[in-house]
Unconditional design. Structure first.
Length: 230
């Protein structure tokens, strides 16, 4: 299905980049509008794959399929799909390695400079933290469940997660989160607020997480420990 959508995406992108097509093809009714919207959505999501296709052959394949004929056997088509998927995976791996290398270099530079700033402490693991407010309550262990408010940011300053924005603190077992959190929150007393600067190896490593946290990203968290609930 992905290969089919990618091929359709390539056709749509090719068509939309031709000025004559853009000027002459316009939706005039609900069916046209819905069809165009589907095309734009596919194109936006899969645009990066367009360069991997011969547009003329994509168009020929669509015409032949509509005419219920094909120049390829099912076995040849399957082999072509497998080869294309392997090529796309290799391309994605190369891009991820490049991003990981760049992020790691940037993160190491940041942490090296940050550890010399006033109030910043560094643990044996490389975790850095700064006490914003020192509480007077108990300290949790890794076996505890805690209740916190927090905000997570990238080095760029982009906020990728925030319980403050949701206006609701979160509870979680301390041994069920990233290593930087497990270690860092145990340094806090209930009522404290710390800022953590978490090396990628204590966060999500070279895999990253979701669409916001790239490979080898250093993460910054402001954390308030509200309670130990279990």
């Amino acid at each position: 299905m992905r290969i089919f959508l990618s091929a359709l995406s390539a056709l749509l992108i090719f068509s939309c980049t031709a000025e004559s097509q853009v000027n002459s093809v316009k939706p005039t009714n609900k069916k046209d509008t819905a069809s165009y919207a589907v095309g734009v959505n596919i194109g936006n999501n899969l645009r990066k794959d367009a360069a991997m296709f011969n547009i003329d052959m994509v168009m020929a394949g669509i015409r032949d399929a509509m005419a219920e004929k094909s120049l390829l056997t099912p076995e040849q088509m399957q082999a072509a799909f497998v080869g294309l998927q392997q090529e796309m995976q290799a391309k994605a791996d190369t891009e991820r390695k490049a991003a990981s290398s760049a992020n790691r270099e940037k993160g190491e530079k940041f942490l090296a400079e940050n550890k010399g700033k006033e109030g910043v402490m560094t643990t044996a693991s490389g975790l850095q933290y700064k006490v914003v407010r020192q509480g007077t309550g108990a300290k949790p262990t890794a076996a505890n469940t805690v209740k916190v408010h927090y905000e997570g940011r990238l080095l760029s300053g982009k906020v990728f997660d925030s319980s403050y924005e949701r206006k609701e603190p979160i509870e979680f077992p301390l041994n069920g989160v990233i290593a930087g959190w497990t270690e860092g929150v145990q340094l806090m007393s209930v009522g404290s607020k710390f800022t953590f600067f978490i090396p990628s190896d204590l966060a999500y490593g070279d895999q990253g997480a979701g669409s916001d946290i790239g490979p080898a990203e250093v993460l910054i968290f402001d954390v308030e420990l509200l309670d130990i609930t279990k």
